[in-house]
Ligand binder design. Structure first.
Ligand code: EPZ
Length: 445
């Protein structure tokens, strides 16, 4: 595997250009969507945001060079690159979606507040830092306000591996004398982040670690595959039990391609259905989308799968369905808001139960402003289909709610202004530009 070496100065210029170019768009305040235009054509899905964020943290574990392909140039990734740069890892773009990351022997131990607070995924720094440092300090994470998002399972697991953890002045402080020690850990809930943090902590621990009742999301499997490519010894990712045999060092430099983003793909599928369009997605892994494809077919949406493409088209009428969000392979919570938009014009009443996060129905109040008939009772959303949504001004409250409002704007009569559009840029690269390539009329303002 040949590592491409790029002169640091040229590389730094690359990273600067990339952030500047995207930076203009990030500072824009709103997206303006003109409704009633069906999406048609083909579009390539980007690499998975949630794989990328975990794998960038995993780069802390190695002193070797890493080349990552299929990386989405989105603001959450750029923030994570700044964080690992603070820890001593030099990252630069070799191409539009290819990153070179040089590991380091002089690893820093502190992830600064002003960066870590922007990103929930900053909590994934803890495991790898504890695997290599006797002292680590990570600011308590930020992220979307979709729920309390505690870290008790992360703490229980890391403590089980021999770390001492405290929270002091808004920072998580972790200490370990010598190496972490392998242990058997049961997760009360199959938390994605806790599974990833503990897997990363365990790869350099002394002895074997057994993680039970773990998350089975494709992004967890992608992280395990990346770690194994670097020389870790992980078995069982994607099942309920993951076994990790600790190794003293990760000795292999690696070139690795991130899996496609199933949530970006799902969002584009729902946008195609909502606009009564006909869109083919490229660079997808259809089995990762099975929970969504099954529910879309139930709603009378045509979903045709090939090896690495999915085509979505929508004969009338759209039918109401019931959805329960669950850990993978259940219906993904990250697609719940987008489905609420779609079902707001189905011919009947749909019931959505949100079982993962306690505050993930915020988009409902914005959809009601557009004429949607949505009632929320605790964890249950009741969506009574209406004939047409009306365009108006709305605001994004988190990344996926923002995407859901763009979908509602595609369906609506007239024009919809979506404020706080920076939320959308956290997880969707050039979302408006890419929808326009399919015939939408989306403007950045
Ligand atoms: C990851 O968040 C994703 N983020 C989320 O995507 C996704 O919604 C979520 O997994 C569920 O699939 C990244 O991967 C960066 P969890 P994470 O730990 O790891 C509770 C997006 O839009 N919990 O599986 O934070 C927690 O409160 C984002 O891309 C504990 O109680 O999710 C929640 O109710 C949003 N204690 C549930 O588990 C803990 O220690 C699921 O959380 C940890 C979690």
């Amino acid at each position: 595997m040949g590592i491409v070496r790029v002169g640091i100065n040229q590389a730094r210029v690359n990273i600067k250009q990339a952030s500047d170019q995207q930076g203009d768009k990030q500072t824009l305040k709103k997206l303006v969507v003109r409704g009633g235009r069906p999406l048609k054509g083909r579009i390539r899905v980007s690499g998975a945001k949630n794989s990328t964020l975990a794998i960038l943290c995993a780069c802390i574990l190695t002193e070797n060079e890493v080349v990552l392909e299929n990386i989405p140039n989105i603001s959450d990734v750029r923030v994570m690159l700044e964080i690992i740069a603070c820890l001593g890892l030099h990252a630069y773009w070799l191409a539009e979606d290819v990153l070179h990351i040089s590991g380091t022997a002089q690893l820093g131990g502190e992830a600064p507040y002003q960066l870590a607070k922007k990103l929930r995924a900053s909590n994934l720094l803890l495991g790898p830092l504890m695997a290599r440092k006797s002292l680590a300090r990570v600011s308590l994470p930020g992220g979307c306000n979709i729920g309390s998002r505690p870290m008790d399972l992360h703490f229980k697991g890391l403590t089980g591996l021999g770390a001492d953890l405290d929270i002091r002045s808004g920072y998580i402080e972790g200490r370990v004398s010598g190496r972490l020690q392998g242990a058997k850990i049961y997760l009360d809930f199959p938390s994605v982040g806790a599974t990833e943090n503990l897997m990363m902590a365990a790869v350099l621990a002394e002895g074997q670690t057994v993680l039970e009742n773990v998350a089975k999301e494709p992004e967890v499997v992608d992280l395990a595959n990346f770690l194994n490519a670097m020389g870790a010894r992980i078995r069982g990712a994607g099942t309920d039990v993951i076994r990790i045999d600790g190794v003293p060092v990760l000795e292999k430099p690696v070139r690795y391609s991130i899996i496609p983003d199933r949530i970006e793909a799902g969002t584009l599928m729902v946008a195609a259905a909502a606009s009564a369009g006909d869109v083919t997605l490229e660079n997808v892994i259809p089995p990762h989308l099975e929970p969504l494809s099954a529910k879309l077919r139930e709603a009378n949406v045509r979903v045709e799968e090939a090896e690495d493409t999915i085509r979505v088209s929508t004969p009338e009428p759209l039918l109401p369905i019931n959805i329960k969000t669950m850990p993978y392979p259940g219906f993904p919570t990250d697609m719940q808001s987008q489905m609420m938009s779609l079902l707001s014009t189905a011919k009947g009443t749909s019931i959505i139960v949100e079982n993962i996060f306690e505050n993930r129905f915020q988009v409902a109040q914005e959809l009601r402003r557009m004429g949607a008939q949505v009632k929320v009772e605790g964890r249950v959303g009741i969506v009574e289909g209406t004939t047409r949504l009306q365009g108006t001004s709305v605001k994004a409250t988190d990344l996926r709610a923002g995407a859901a409002l763009v979908i509602a704007g595609l369906m609506a009569e007239g024009t919809t202004e979506i404020h706080n559009a920076h939320f959308i840029a956290r997880g969707y690269r050039d979302f408006g530009v890419r929808l326009n390539s399919l015939g939408a009329a989306v403007e950045y303002k």
